[in-house]
Design a protein around this ligand. Structure first.
Ligand SMILES: Cc1ncc(COP(=O)(O)O)c(C=O)c1O
Length: 351
């Protein structure tokens, strides 16, 4: 295990306070809708997102897949940015679970334009043509490097989709990072969508858990899908308690992760590494190895040897460093020394 673990914001350990909240959680049978902590978490997340209701599930993948099943029938077309999580990291779930045909669109910083949506969902010339019925957006966008959708662009794209009769889902696994970066309430982003996924086990520092939010009617239907996926649990308040704790203690602090990512990016760029500091909008920093002529496996091994964990991305030459709850200012300071030297720039820092 790397000493400074920047591989992902999913590597966090529950804090002492979170462990206490877990230990002391009031629990009940979730499937009977009797777990008070799950009910509290669902209520709070629905309010936070400006939606009527929310359902607790084990993972953000399950939340996304349930949403897509709610919105599409087999043979319908799902529009999504080509490198979005639902397209490249969910094992073909849209096809496997919902029978959807995914049409991946080329993004710009993980974002799509209204024109792209209009072109991809143009009215059919044949009566029997397959049709785009769902648009899934991702904010922040993982593969683009934690990039955030400007609100006006988001509104334009969602409006275009609505004009075309599409249902709109938001994979907001890191939605709270987007809201923190834009200094807006999460609802200012999320309320415009039919369904929204949020994840507890990323920047919020929980061991597991995610929620799908939407209208009361959709979330009632989502419960059936949750059972069908085997995701209906029993005394799951034991983990929902971590989520409630995170809403109280780990949302306000997300800006600290973003500030540390900014410091890391500036430090690495100053040391001569190919890092575009302009693209660091939240807690991700991307390092392009191409100009260094280094293979990513070799780079990762050298970094690990120096005690720093970075991870690969969908882009073959790009590594990423992600700040999170367990990364301190001192870790960032140290990483700014260790990463360039491990990648062959400057004088090797003493370990
Ligand atoms: C944007 C996005 N959506 C969904 C997920 C899936 O999360 P989980 O691992 O909880 O299924 C991830 C995980 O990295 C993600 O980055």
């Amino acid at each position: 295990m790397p000493v400074i673990d920047l591989r992902s914001d999913t590597v966090t350990q529950p804090t002492a306070g979170m462990r206490r909240a877990i230990a002391e959680a009031a629990v009940g049978d979730e499937q009977k809708r009797e777990d008070p902590t799950v009910l509290e978490l669902q209520q709070r997340v629905a309010e936070l997102l400006g939606q009527e209701a929310a359902v607790f599930v084990p993972t953000a993948t399950m939340a996304n897949q349930i949403a897509l099943k709610l919105h599409g029938r087999p043979g319908d077309v799902l529009l999504a940015e080509e490198h979005s999580h639902v397209v490249i990291y969910e094992y073909g779930g849209p096809a496997a679970h919902a029978g959807l045909l995914t049409h991946g669109l080329r993004g710009n910083g993980g974002r799509l334009s209204a024109e792209q949506i209009r072109a991809a969902a143009a009215p059919s010339s044949k009566v029997a043509d397959q049709r785009a019925t769902i648009l899934s957006l991702e904010n922040t966008h993982n593969s683009a490097g934690g990039r955030v959708w400007p609100l006006d662009e988001l509104e334009e794209v969602v409006s275009a989709a609505r004009e075309l009769g599409l249902v709109v889902h938001l994979d907001g696994a890191r939605l709270l990072n987007a809201a923190a970066a834009q200094q807006v309430e999460p609802a200012a982003i999320a309320a415009r969508f039919d369904t929204v996924t949020v994840c507890l086990s990323k920047g919020l520092g929980c061991p597991l858990g995610a929620l799908l939010a939407g209208s009361a009617e959709l979330i009632e239907r989502a419960w059936r899908e949750k059972h069908l996926f085997g995701g209906a649990m029993r005394q799951s308040g034991i983990v929902a308690a971590a989520g409630v704790y995170a809403l109280d203690h780990h949302v306000e602090r997300l800006g600290e992760d973003h500030a540390r990512a900014g410091t890391l990016a500036v430090g690495l760029a100053a040391a001569g590494l190919p890092v575009d500091t302009e693209r660091v909008e939240t807690n991700f920093v991307q390092v392009d190895l191409e100009p260094l002529g280094l293979e990513r496996a070799e780079a990762l091994a050298r970094l690990l040897d120096a005690g720093v964990g970075l991870s690969t991305t969908i882009h073959p030459t790009v590594l990423r460093a992600v700040t999170h709850l367990d990364i301190t200012d001192e870790d960032v300071e140290r990483a700014v020394e260790l990463i360039p030297s491990a990648l062959g720039l400057g004088v090797a820092a003493p370990r």
